[in-house]
Design a protein around this ligand. Structure first.
Ligand code: XMP
Length: 319
């Protein structure tokens, strides 16, 4: 795509002008956006860039391994893998308010980035894969009053106080454009086509308080759901699909015993840019198959529901 080729060259020039000879830290989330930002910045400034992948304990099954493999093995881009799940999960203990979750996570991300920055002698810049819709949605809905819907940031709501300046080379792009740019930069198709995954991770798919048990059940349910979606050949048709674990327990019966476990909600939407979305009309047989597998295979879940809310009035994520 010649337009994206031109964008790439222009973006590289801009990054070089902004950054000069300073060091840059780029937070990788496991999503497409931060990966594309990192590869682009690496092209621009080479080893002035250090990529940091923070495992906050809120990732999906196998996610950390996939990201590390892509960067270290495929790209040979140096990557610091920070295992910080203890720190994040203890800071989130007892927290149920969605904005407090986002802000807590954003603050801890910055703490980690600042610590990594000190280790490399001080980075002047933090790079992020912020897209145009992220910029709009964290400010206000166009035309309406200036209300924050969510502290929408790649790292889940950055604190005001931060030593580093931001480099955000994707700020003018929509998701489909980022994918074109990713292909242009040679990212593997399987990575470019990944569904979006929010910086705050599974924290915002676990309404109410976050516990290790809930996260564990959520990860397993989510993996089964996505596995079935891939097998049905629907992954690329759907913008985003994921499981949510609800802070509600209901009664069930399994074998000849009573169960009292959590409810899992499944979400799948189609969208062009994430700003509006329609729920995906799965056939009932598919949903039934997924529900059966989740309840049979995941300890702690005994009921599955499907979210049929579009955006607006719902948002894609539950928090
Ligand atoms: P909502 O839930 O606002 O989400 O309808 C729109 C799109 O944005 C993703 N999302 C985030 N992405 N950091 C991100 O990088 C965030 O804090 C964040 N919150 C939501 C969401 O997954 C969906 O694709």
């Amino acid at each position: 795509d010649w337009t994206m080729g031109a964008y790439r060259e222009e973006a590289i020039q801009k990054i070089r002008e902004q950054v000069g000879s300073e060091r840059v830290i780029c937070g990788l989330s496991g999503g497409v956006d931060s990966a594309v930002a990192a590869v682009l910045i690496h092209e621009a400034i080479g080893d002035q860039l250090t990529c940091v992948f923070v495992d906050h304990g809120l990732l999906r099954l196998g996610e950390a391994e996939q990201v590390v493999a892509l960067f270290r093995d495929h790209y040979n881009i140096p990557l610091v893998h920070v295992e910080a799940s203890g720190m994040f999960l203890s800071a989130l203990e007892g927290v149920s308010d969605p904005e407090v979750k986002r802000k807590t996570i954003g603050r801890l991300f910055i703490d980690v980035f600042e610590a990594e920055s000190r280790k490399i002698g001080g980075a002047a810049f933090l790079a992020q894969g912020t897209l145009y819709p992220d910029v709009i949605e964290s400010v206000s809905f166009t035309g309406g009053p200036s209300v924050t819907i969510k502290s929408h940031h790649n790292v889940g709501g950055l604190p005001e106080r931060m030593n580093m300046r931001l480099v955000e080379p994707l700020r003018e792009l929509f998701k489909d454009e980022v994918r074109v740019l990713g292909r242009e930069l040679g990212l593997p198709e399987g990575f470019v086509g990944r569904h979006p995954f929010p910086g705050p991770g599974l924290a915002i798919r676990c309404p109410g308080t976050i516990t290790a048990e809930k996260l564990d059940a959520l990860r397993k349910a989510d993996a089964i759901y996505l596995d079935e979606i891939r097998q049905a050949g629907l992954y690329d048709t759907i913008w985003q699909a994921f499981a949510v674990i609800l802070p509600v327990k209901t009664v069930g019966v399994m074998g000849d015993g009573r169960t009292y476990d959590h409810v899992c909600a499944l979400r799948a939407v189609t969208s062009v840019d994430g700003m509006t979305a329609d729920f995906y009309p799965f056939d009932m047989a598919f949903l039934g198959r997924v529900a059966t597998r989740i309840i049979n295979e995941v300890k702690g879940i005994n009921r599955v529901t499907y979210d049929i809310t579009s955006k607006p009035p719902g948002t894609i994520e539950w928090e």
